[in-house]
Ligand binder design. Structure first.
Ligand code: DER
Length: 234
């Protein structure tokens, strides 16, 4: 719910976005706008020397519309802190990302960041991945290889339900900010208990650009709860 997202975002910003942080990565989704809202509230003085790196079109629009300075990832290959949402986060802080089809650039900024922080509502706070998020592991693939990768998932990785992500507000398939396609690959719960294994197997399939499993990357995860409390995993 909205309040829970805002709670998570504000708490994370207050605890991690220090005045000396100059280069800040901003993720995508519906929770991150509250992150930006809280950073803006730190004031013009605090933000005047900062640059904000986007993880895609939505993130870029959010930065610009909030009056914050847009930075280019080429100029800032090292980022002080990246804050982003997630589709689900397990007890080891592994997470599923890519519900919004932005996980390639999100993972680049997560890896480039000294500190990577997740913000989400209580629905994303699980013991094992796949508990609530049933759509499957998002996989960005180059168009040329999507049918081959689908076949590999069905026949080699034993994931019969893997499918090409079709668009809702557009005829045909989803196309990412990078011009690629998305495959959603639902694995049974036992295998989702070892996300690193699955991530590595998928990543090795030629034509796969990036996998929406972020393993051992986050420093902490903030979850807003319905009762107004915040749960922190680290
Ligand atoms: O796609 C992603 O990984 C985004 O971070 C997104 O899925 C987060 O979801 P939210 O809208 O609940 O913040």
């Amino acid at each position: 719910s909205m309040k829970a997202k805002q709670l998570a975002a504000w708490t994370a910003v207050d605890q991690h976005v220090h005045p000396e942080y100059r280069v800040i990565g901003i993720g995508s989704g519906s929770t991150v706008p509250y992150v930006v809202e809280r950073i803006v509230s730190q004031g013009a003085e605090a933000n005047k020397n900062r640059v904000f790196i986007p993880t895609g079109f939505q993130s870029k629009e959010l930065i610009v519309s909030s009056g914050l300075t847009l930075g280019d990832v080429d100029q800032y290959p090292t980022i002080d802190i990246t804050l982003d949402g997630a589709d689900e986060v397990d007890t080891q802080l592994n997470c599923i990302k890519g519900g919004g089809a932005c996980h390639l650039r999100e993972k680049v900024l997560a890896e480039a960041a000294t500190t990577f922080i997740l913000v989400a509502d209580y629905r994303k706070n699980v013991e094992y991945l796949g508990t609530n998020f049933k759509a499957g592991v998002p996989i960005e693939v180059v168009p040329f290889a999507y049918a081959k990768v689908l076949q590999n998932l069905h026949q080699v990785l034993n994931c019969p339900k893997a499918s090409l992500r079709m668009a809702v507000a557009k005829a045909g398939q989803v196309v990412t900010d990078n011009g690629n396609f998305i495959i959603d690959a639902p694995f049974e719960s036992e295998r989702m208990k070892e996300p690193y294994t699955i991530m590595a197997q998928i990543k090795m399939l030629t034509g796969v650009v990036e996998v929406g499993l972020f393993c051992h990357m986050a420093r902490a995860a903030y979850f807003g709860n319905q009762d107004g409390s915040v749960t922190i995993k680290w």
